[in-house]
Structures are given as structure tokens and as C-alpha cells.
Design a protein around this ligand. Structure first.
Ligand SMILES: Nc1ncnc2c1ncn2[C@@H]1O[C@H](COP(=O)(O)OP(=O)(O)OP(=O)(O)O)[C@@H](O)[C@H]1O
Ligand SMILES: [Mg+2]
Length: 459
């Protein structure tokens, strides 16, 4: 297998200055060990996402044994991701409600690359190889950062991919643990001879590769491997990351709208059936319990998509006068693949004593309706009326407001059983329209004018 990146570029905005990666070329075959170093924001993760076909390049080609991966069908590309590449991400990426063994088996179960029984047998074998034989049934929360990263390494290898993409797999670990994980990766690579592209800030580790590159402002250039690199104290200092430019939102699409309506109606029924299956399956033969794990894993993967790859929050609240306000929320797809959502329903509440009093809220007409494909950032606007008397004042003179949203999320525009219902609560302090700035400033200090709204952490 040879994966050949030819002049890959990726732009996130329209301006040429928004190029995260420009003209990057790289060949990696079985047994190759390649390292990439570079400052924060230089485009390393973007390049890795393109190498794994998680993100489509704006220019250039990704060839697998001569075939352009982006000319393949979506399902063939899914097979490429499942069978040819394993990923170890920069951030903790285990599913918290699954055991270590489940987490390792998930890519095999989702990609249907082997029967569930074999997937679990291999998961246990891999956990033993990464030194976690006795932690197979542990949940991520009860594992140390280093143990979690070992599980992620085992998960990346479950489908025995000829290529491993590891994006700063140790960035958040202490030095000793980092050294252990790095040794583990180098050892596994030598023994199994898979191709490996490793992004690291550790120049000593980078120097253990056969070829090393540096990413600088999106450009990939070969580095000379000198003995100076092996000196213990050198590392690339990460700089602060530039704010992400907004990605233009896609126009709404209306595919399968009636299907979504059906899905909404049948979702509670499906949940009840799943609950019944969960209850009755206990104590059955191994095969059936494997199937149960498979379903749970699917649900967990869907939940991961809906909760971790789709960020949502309040963008702004503006005062329209007379107690009326405009709320703008956003959803941002932080992964590479499209996510489909059914228009979020939003309600607003103001706290009065210890109760939440609902206030009138309507979606504005410019909001996308029906099923919307979210690729970058999508905003939604709502108008609401917050003329409420005797509101609770957790912050002097400010109302305590809750916005509650719910929406259906799916990786597919025509979903059948792959739908997740996501609920969000956003909390803010809101300045009432009939309280003057002077009154607010009597009891609170602000550097300038008292703000109309103050975001609160989730609670
Ligand atoms: N989804 C996105 N939308 C818009 N801009 C993005 C997106 N992802 C990355 N960028 C921008 O592209 C540039 C490269 O980001 P990337 O994450 O690839 O850098 P990196 O080298 O991996 O950084 P780090 O070492 O901090 O992980 C940055 O300027 C970043 O802000
Ligand atoms: Mg990165």
C-alpha cells in the first residue's frame, strides 16, 4: 500500500490567507515512519485529516495505490478509513460510557470488518499488547491519561491498518507517560511494520523517524535529521492559536423531510424497543451479548457525533427595546464529515423565585427549516419577550435566563435508525429593559457600560 498526497491544500475561508495547508506532498508506504513537527496552528492536524480522508482538500489529490480517494464513492471512502488508516487523535477521544474493550472494538463493529466475537478477541489481545490486559472492562473515567491514550492506540490498530496517523498523541500527558506512549508507538511500528505518520512537538522522538518534515504556515518541508535533534531539551514551543475564521453556512436542504417527521414520531418507540432489548438480552449466549454490545457501540458512536462533533452555544443576545430581545445561537461542526440536523426548537425561561417561567419566543424567518446539512458554522436567530416581574436576581438587577433547545442529529440526510435527540440548555444573565445603567452600576462594577447579557457556564 502506498498513500500519496500530491500538492494538498486546504483553505477554510475564501481569502488565500486562510490556507491552513498549502501544496503539501508526502508519500507513505508500509513500514515507513515519518514525523512532522511545527508550531501550533501551522496546519499539522489539517494535513493529517486530509491524509486520513476525514477532510476533503480544496486542491490536490490523495492517491491510494494510484487511485484518487476523493473519486471513490462515499462507502468506498468509508472502507478506506476503516481498513487502511488508524487514527490516534490529539485530544482524548474515548467514548466515556463504554469500557476499554468496547472502545477498542468500536471501529471494527462500525466498519463491519470482522464478526463481533473476533473484534472483541482482538480488542483484548491489543489491550494486552499496550499493557492494559487487566483494564479491559474499565471505563475511561477511571483510567489515567496515559492509560486512555494506550486504549486509543489499541483502537487505532483494531482493523490492522497498513497506516497509522498519530496526531500529537501525547500532547496532554506528563513527561514520563509521554515517553512510555512514544516508546510503545515506536515499538509497535517496528514490530508490525505499518506505515506511520506522527505529529509531535518532541524533536527527539521526531528524530527517531526515517523521514522528518516541518510544517510552517501551511507549507511542508523536509527536515534534516541531525544528532542535535536528539538533545533532550529541545522542543517546539506552541504559539497561541489564531481564532478560527467563520465558515460560510450551507443552504438548507430538504431531503427526506417527511422521513424525519416519521423518525420523530417513532423515536420514543425505538427507544422503548432498545430498552426492552437491553433488558432481555442480559444472560443470553455470548453471540447475543456481542450483538448487544454492537448496538450499544453504534448508539455511542451516534451520541459522540451529536454531542462532541457538533458544538453549540449562544453567540449573542441583543436588546430590541421594550423588553424584546434577539437571541443568536450557533451550531458548529468541528469534524470533517457533514452532520444533518432537524431545525432546533428553542424555548426561553426566566427564573422567578425558584421556578422557571416560560416567556414567548419565536424563530425568525431567516432560520433554516427542515433538515439542514451542517458543514461549518450555522447560526439561528430567535426573538423573545422578557417582560417579567419579580425575577430572581442571582446577579443584582439581572434576570437569570435559560434557553432550552432540542434537535435531531444524524450523520445521514435520509436517516433510518441513526438519529440522536440532542437537548441543550444555555444559561445567561440578561439586563432587563427597564433598569438603567446607573442603577446596575450602583451594585456592580463593569469596566464600561453594563452588558446586555453575560454568559454563564452550563449548570
Ligand atoms: N474547522 C476549521 N475552520 C476554520 N479554521 C480552521 C479549522 N480547523 C483549523 N483551522 C485553522 O487552520 C489553521 C491550522 O490549524 P491546525 O489545527 O491544522 O493546526 P495545528 O498545526 O494542528 O495546530 P496545533 O499544534 O495547535 O494542534 C489554524 O489557523 C486554525 O485556526
Ligand atoms: Mg493539531
Amino acid at each position: 500500500m502506498t498513500l500519496s498526497a500530491q500538492s494538498l491544500s486546504k483553505r477554510y475561508g475564501a481569502a488565500p490567507a486562510c490556507a491552513a495547508v498549502r501544496d503539501a506532498s508526502l508519500d507513505v508506504g508500509r513500514g515507513d515512519f515519518i514525523s512532522i513537527v511545527g508550531r501550533s496552528g501551522s496546519g499539522k492536524s489539517t494535513l493529517m485529516a486530509m491524509l486520513g480522508a476525514l477532510t476533503k482538500p480544496t486542491q490536490g489529490r490523495l492517491l491510494l495505490d494510484g487511485t484518487d480517494v476523493w473519486t471513490l464513492s462515499e462507502s468506498e471512502r468509508a472502507t478506506f478509513r476503516a481498513c487502511h488508516v488508524g487514527f490516534v487523535f490529539q485530544f482524548p477521544s474515548l467514548l466515556s460510557n463504554l469500557t476499554a474493550a468496547d472502545n477498542v472494538a468500536v471501529p471494527a463493529l462500525l466498519g463491519r470488518t470482522m464478526p463481533a466475537e473476533d473484534a472483541y478477541a482482538r480488542a483484548h489481545e491489543l489491550l494486552a499488547r499496550v499493557g492494559l490486559a487487566d483494564r479491559a472492562e474499565a471505563y475511561p473515567d477511571s483510567m489515567s491519561g496515559g492509560e486512555q491514550r494506550r486504549v486509543a492506540v489499541a483502537r487505532a490498530l483494531i482493523n490492522a491498518p497498513p497506516l497509522l496517523l498519530a496526531d500529537e498523541p501525547t500532547s496532554d500527558l506528563d513527561e514520563n507517560t509521554e515517553g512510555d506512549i512514544n516508546d510503545l508507538l515506536v515499538d509497535l511500528q517496528r514490530r508490525d511494520s505499518f506505515g506511520c505518520v506522527l505529529v509531535t512537538h518532541d524533536l527527539r522522538l521526531a528524530a527517531r523517524a526515517q523521514r522528518s518534515f516541518e510544517m510552517r504556515q501551511g507549507a511542508l518541508t523536509p527536515r534534516e535529521l541531525s544528532r542535535a535533534d536528539a538533545a533532550p531539551s529541545r522542543s517546539v514551543t506552541p504559539a497561541s492559536v489564531a481564532p478560527m475564521p467563520d465558515v460560510p453556512a450551507r443552504a438548507p436542504i430538504r431531503l427526506g423531510e417527511s422521513l424525519w417527521r416519521g423518525v420523530r414520531i417513532f423515536l420514543p418507540a425505538a427507544a422503548a424497543i432498545l430498552a426492552a432489548i437491553l433488558l432481555t438480552d442480559f444472560g443470553v449466549e455470548t453471540y447475543q451479548s456481542m450483538r448487544l454490545r454492537e448496538r450499544t457501540a453504534r448508539h455511542a458512536a451516534l451520541q459522540h457525533l451529536a454531542l462532541n462533533r457538533l458544538r453549540g452555544d449562544v453567540q449573542s443576545v441583543t436588546d430590541l427595546g421594550d423588553g424584546r430581545y434577539e437571541l443568536t445561537t450557533y451550531l458548529q461542526n468541528v469534524g470533517g464529515e457533514p452532520i444533518y440536523v432537524m431545525t432546533p426548537q428553542m424555548r426561553a425561561f426566566v427564573q422567578v423565585a425558584s421556578l422557571w417561567q416560560e416567556v414567548p419566543m419565536t424563530a425568525t424567518e431567516e432560520n433554516a427549516t427542515g433538515v439542514t446539512e451542517i458543514l461549518g458554522k450555522q447560526t439561528y436567530r430567535y426573538r423573545f419577550d422578557a417582560r417579567v416581574r419579580d425575577f430572581a436576581q442571582l446577579l443584582p438587577n439581572y434576570m437569570h435566563v435559560r434557553f432550552s433547545g432540542s434537535m435531531l442529529v444524524s450523520p445521514s440526510s435520509t436517516p433510518n435508525d441513526d438519529v440522536f435527540e440532542r437537548k441543550d440548555n444555555y444559561y445567561v444573565y440578561l439586563k432587563p429593559f427597564d433598569v438603567t445603567d446607573e442603577v446596575v452600576l450602583r451594585r456592580m462594577r463593569f469596566s464600561g457600560k453594563p452588558p446586555v447579557w453575560i454568559p454563564m457556564p452550563p449548570h
